[in-house]
Write a protein that binds this ligand. Structure first.
Ligand code: PA5
Length: 481
């Protein structure tokens, strides 16, 4: 990793292995952004956070003493901490076994869904399911369900599967339900499985595979009884940190995505971001800058703005990571702090025609985090007319010029942004990017003195929802009797 102290005085950029570039020139050192002195003012919190995450790496324990094992994820295929030998072998067989299915319906929500949608969007394509099986190199179609409590989506999906089944001659369509739920009790995926079984039982052959908690939950006993494969969401890996676990790797393997490279990208970042000195640790420094921007400069929202359609769902994934990790009522001593920044997922250039007006002239309470890919996997030169001249311009150049223009216009208005660029759009680079954000969030949670690894706030509405449904069932049963 290259890092120049002089750049540090004025902003500049950091570079991990020439693959991930973190540009902080609009976040550090400007009149309107975080100052060099601020890093000294908050050095105690930054040092404490660095120390806490080093301890977490060694002990595997989070701030409340519960297991937090995400730093082991990059080594998942090399160690037996998060996966057994048998399960690893089963995982590695999936790339071939996947070809035996016509379609996979991935059923999960939150951390059991968002990352897999990112992998699908990036490494398959919006038109994947329209390709023939041969054109997909034998891999199945992919659908997502259980990420909403929406009957319309389930009915539409079953109509689509029925049509597909109708196109297959001389045999029944083979559909795998990949049920992903750590708890096994989340109402959306449970309902989706029940609903889809009801809708599709006569249409196709349904196969089941699950990814769930090792001990607790409802799914594992059913898997044991009905003999379907069951992978583990390892202990100490929360939903939003699960993309490098079996949750992401099983899905990726079924789609033929290179999981070894994906993990290697994460490993590169884990190894480049261990120092407790922020001059040698880009994740620690970026976390510190965002922390100070929030604490001192009135930043209450963070806009994640990747450029390019394929990265749209990346914003949703990051929004969960930021929102659930830092959005906390209490600090570690139980004081009410109402911590966090509002995550806003957006995409360029699309949202420059909707949200940018607000980013540019609305409340000065947000920091924009741009994401881009230096070398896109494909490109197209088209004619461009500009003030009396016209010429061919690669669209990749236009996309990047639009991002730079957005960044510059924001800076001219004294608004903070940062830019993270990966050199290519490969599993390696996406692994590096996702893991980099794991670390920034872990460090920032430690600076804020909150638990970045739990999500107690989501329990409150669940109690109300389940009570409402219970009352409905009781009332109905009474009326029937
Ligand atoms: O990050 C989290 O923990 C949540 O988003 C969960 O992933 C989500 O609620 C789904 O939970 P489960 O995997 O238990 O069905």
């Amino acid at each position: 990793m290259k890092w120049e102290y002089n750049q540090f005085e004025y902003g500049g950029s950091m570079n991990i292995g020439n693959e991930l570039l973190i540009d902080i020139k609009h976040l550090l050192g400007n009149r309107w952004s975080v100052k060099r002195e601020d890093l000294d003012t908050y050095s105690r919190q930054i040092r404490r956070a660095a120390g806490n995450i080093s301890k977490l790496r060694q002990s595997g324990k989070g701030p409340d003493g519960s297991k937090v094992l995400f730093p082991h994820l990059p080594y998942l295929l090399k160690e037996e901490v998060l996966i057994s030998k048998e399960e690893r072998e089963a995982l590695l067989r999936l790339r071939e076994e996947a070809k035996g299915y016509d379609a996979v319906i991935s059923i999960g929500i939150g951390g059991s869904y968002l990352g897999d949608q990112v992998l699908f969007d990036l490494f398959c394509s919006p038109y994947w399911n329209q390709l023939t099986k041969d054109e997909r190199n034998g891999y199945p179609q992919f659908y997502f369900a259980g990420q909403n409590m929406d009957p319309v989506s389930l009915v539409d999906l079953s109509s689509c599967i029925s049509c597909e089944a109708g196109h297959i001659q001389g045999r029944r369509m083979q559909v795998l339900f990949l049920v992903i739920s750590k708890s096994g009790t989340t109402i959306e995926p449970v309902t989706a499985v029940r609903g889809l079984k009801k809708l599709l039982a006569d249409v196709c052959d349904i196969h089941l595979m699950a990814i769930t908690d090792k001990e607790k939950g409802r799914i594992r006993p059913v898997a044991e009884k009905e003999h379907f494969p069951c992978f583990t969401v390892p202990d100490g890996i929360g939903g939003r940190f699960s993309i490098f676990s079996q949750v992401g790797l099983v899905f990726a393997s079924l789609a033929g995505i290179d999981i070894e490279s994906f993990l290697k990208g994460a490993q590169m970042v884990e190894e480049a971001c261990q120092s407790e000195n922020m001059k040698e640790n880009p994740a620690l420094l970026l976390a510190a800058l965002k922390y100070i921007a929030t604490k001192k400069y009135g930043i209450t929202a963070e806009v994640i703005m990747p450029y390019g359609d394929k990265l749209r769902s990346f914003g949703w994934w990051y929004a969960q990571l930021l929102g659930e990790s830092l959005g906390k009522k209490y600090d570690m001593q139980g004081n009410v702090v109402y911590n966090g920044r509002i995550p806003v997922a957006s995409v360029g250039t699309t949202d420059m025609h909707s949200l940018t007006q607000e980013h540019q002239q609305g409340q000065k309470n947000k920091l924009i985090q741009f994401i881009s890919v230096e070398h896109l996997p494909s490109d197209l030169s088209v004619l461009c007319d500009e003030k009396g001249v016209s010429g061919m311009v690669p669209m990749s150049r236009m996309l990047d010029a639009a991002r730079r223009a957005n960044e510059e216009a924001l800076a001219n208005e004294g608004r903070m942004s940062c830019h993270i660029s990966i050199s290519e759009l490969t599993p390696f680079h996406i692994g590096a990017l996702m893991y980099f954000f794991f670390l920034t969030i872990a460090y920032e949670g430690a600076m804020e003195n909150v638990n970045a690894f739990d999500q107690p706030g989501v329990e409150d509405y669940k109690k109300i929802l389940h009570e409402d449904l219970r009352k409905y069932i009781v009332k109905n049963q009474k009326e029937e009797n």
